[in-house]
Design a protein around this ligand. Structure first.
Ligand SMILES: Cc1ncc(COP(=O)(O)O)c(C=O)c1O
Length: 436
């Protein structure tokens, strides 16, 4: 560590007020975080003057990269008109119409301020609609910070229990036992086991929440057989099937759910739909969403939020999503496939044990010979963690920002040049690993 660098000094200062010196764990790196100075398109420059190609895109939330001119123009115009009112706005209606037109299952929608809040609101809406309290979720899936949604997210071999019946493991110390009792954990892409577990909770579950390509579970897509089995079970049980598309909405014009024959009752959105600003949305079946309707006889889920649907996020999000039209989605997905093919070739040529998972324009490298299909299989051994750390440091030094699981999310600001550069750098990383 260069003790005299500006970044090192900033970090020493940050440690005095921010726990761990950061406001979110994802930006922490050793010996200190990199501090952003400015960015444009797919390139970010830190305060030391080092420029990197950004494949992290603020945790997969910047679909057009940084400082997109159309988004800047729309936001700048809005800033001068006001940033938040205790009034409704036309832009929130226009944006809700846009999102509902994109995706068949989105009939009614409420904007919120983060993916966490969207998932929380979605689970509360499901409870209010069904009058039931339990939630079923996939082992290891990350859905944000809501107590119920985070259960089992960090479970490990010492506490995850029997694969036939995964345990509800808390993330935060002090999680009430009643939360753990209210969350039923099912294995990913294992319809037989999942249905057997759900059967033990018949009539008690409000909803089964599924991220159709859960990052922390390994970033493999949910198989149609798994989704169909959950759809059928929830329909028979009177519970809801709800999707967390906070990350995956980018994969198809109408979200990852386009890839299945069945539709979820509700969907949580976030990340890219904010156009670079904090956002979330709860959307889906109009009858279910009616639990939030204040005009109904005693709304079953009263819902507010000071900054929900603020016009800055609305204009940024609408501009971003209009630009992310079907052609842009297809182009980005093709570009991602180019990267995946290159990395698979590099893996083969190097003899390093590894595989790539993902879909659409987001992919992840695992140092595993076999493609992991669930949380337990994607759990990293100490040696795999060491290799991952070497690769991430190598890529950072070579001028690439990655999500810290060695996941890369493309932005439309990229082209073949950037993708090929990433492939080349990863290939060099494999060579380096062979020498260690
Ligand atoms: C699948 C998924 N759901 C929910 C969230 C929470 O979103 P936010 O960080 O906006 O609260 C995330 C964030 O990474 C996510 O990946």
């Amino acid at each position: 560590m260069n003790e005299s660098s500006r970044s090192a000094a900033l970090y020493r200062r940050a440690l005095k007020t921010l726990p761990g010196g950061v406001s979110r764990n994802t930006v922490l790196r050793s010996p200190h975080p990199a501090y952003a100075a400015h960015a444009s398109g797919c390139r970010v420059t830190d305060i030391e003057g080092v420029e990197r190609i950004d494949f992290a895109n603020n945790m997969a939330s910047l679909i057009h990269g940084h400082a997109d001119p159309a988004i800047i123009a729309a936001v700048t115009e809005q800033l001068a008109r006001g940033t938040a009112f205790t009034l409704a706005t036309e832009i929130e209606i226009e944006y809700a119409e846009h999102l509902c037109n994109r995706c068949e299952s989105l009939e009614h929608l409420r904007f919120v301020n983060s993916g966490t809040e969207a998932v929380m609101g979605m689970l509360k809406a499901a409870r209010a609609f069904t009058g039931r309290t339990k939630i079923a979720k996939v082992e290891g899936a990350y859905h944000g910070l809501y107590d119920f949604a985070e259960v089992s997210q960090t479970s490990d071999p010492t506490n995850w229990g029997d694969p036939e019946k995964p345990r509800s493991v808390p993330v935060a110390h002090g999680t009430p036992a009643t939360v753990l009792e209210s969350v039923v954990v099912i294995p990913f892409n294992d319809p037989e086991r999942a249905i057997a577990i759900l059967d033990e909770n018949k009539g008690e579950i409000a909803c089964v929440i599924v991220d159709p390509m859960p990052h922390r579970v390994g970033l493999g897509p949910a198989e149609p057989g798994f989704v169909n089995a959950l759809r059928e079970w929830t329909q028979n049980d009177g519970s809801l099937l709800v999707f967390d598309e906070v990350i995956t909405f980018r994969t198809e014009y109408g979200g990852h759910q386009e890839r299945y024959d069945v539709r979820p009752d509700l969907t949580a959105l976030g990340k890219i739909i904010g156009g670079g600003f904090p956002v979330g949305a709860i959307a889906g079946n109009a009858d279910v969403m009616a639990v939030m309707n204040p005009l109904a006889d005693g709304p079953r889920f009263p819902h507010s939020g000071t900054f929900s649907a603020n016009p800055v996020t609305m204009v940024a999000g609408l501009t971003a999503m209009r630009l992310y039209d079907a052609r842009a989605v297809a182009r980005l997905n093709r570009l991602a496939l180019r990267a995946v093919a290159g990395i698979r070739d590099a893996l083969k040529a190097s003899g390093v044990s590894g595989c790539v998972t993902g879909g659409g324009s987001i992919f992840r490298l695992h140092f595993k010979a076999e493609t992991p299909s669930n949380r337990r299989e994607s759990y990293r051994s100490p040696e795999e963690s060491r290799r991952l750390a070497v690769m991430l440091d190598h890529l950072f030094d070579a001028g690439f920002l990655m999500i810290n699981t060695c996941t890369w999310a493309l932005s439309t600001a990229m082209g073949e040049e950037e993708v090929d550069a990433l492939v080349g750098a990863i290939a060099d990383g494999f060579k380096k690993l062979k020498t260690l």
